[in-house]
Design a protein around this ligand. Structure first.
Ligand SMILES: [Fe+2]
Ligand SMILES: [Fe+2]
Length: 174
């Protein structure tokens, strides 16, 4: 889409949607996704240091929630835009396969009581897969996205809005 028409539609949207007036505070797409990555990395660090089963279970619940919502907003909004903008045939398809591997591990630990070595091993492997995946996004995908024509501010706003919706849904049903 030519940038002039994006600017026009953004102006029109601002007139009709007051929510736009707070857009300065919304991080751009890359900043938002990086902040999610950092949050999950910190939670995995806390898990490694934790000795209490209750604390471990609470941290895993938070990790699973964050990762599930993060993966969903990437798959629904970010990846399709990236694929088109970069004419990508490898980065996004590989990222989706990696998401699936992480989701399988989420299913194996979410809501399960921590029960020794197996549980810790699954969380450990999940943290390693996430670390690998995050490295590829931040080192390979994001630099290309930054050099593309994508409107990262607008994309950030859409990601944030969807994230808030999904968080609210999950918190209401869990
Ligand atoms: Fe990510
Ligand atoms: Fe991802």
């Amino acid at each position: 889409m030519p940038s002039s028409s994006t600017a026009t539609s953004a102006r029109t949207a601002r007139k009709t949607a007051p929510r736009r007036s707070v857009s300065k505070k919304t991080p751009d797409a890359i900043a938002l996704l990086r902040a999610d990555h950092k949050k999950v990395a910190d939670l995995f660090d806390q898990f490694e240091k934790s000795r209490s089963a209750t604390k471990k279970q609470q941290l895993v619940a938070e990790i699973c929630l964050e990762l599930t919502v993060h993966a969903q907003i990437e798959e629904e909004i970010f990846y399709p835009e990236v694929q088109v903008a970069l004419k990508d045939k490898t980065l996004v398809p590989e990222a989706k396969v990696e998401h699936q591997s992480v989701k399988d591990l989420i299913a194996a630990v979410e809501g399960v009581a921590p029960s020794g070595e197996d549980y810790d091993a699954k969380v450990k492997v999940m943290s390693e897969w996430v670390k690998h995946h995050v490295k590829e996004e931040q080192n390979e995908m994001f630099p290309k996205v930054k050099n593309s024509r994508l409107d990262l501010a607008d994309l950030g706003e859409r990601l944030m809005q969807r994230k808030e919706e999904l968080m609210a849904e999950r918190l209401a049903t869990h």
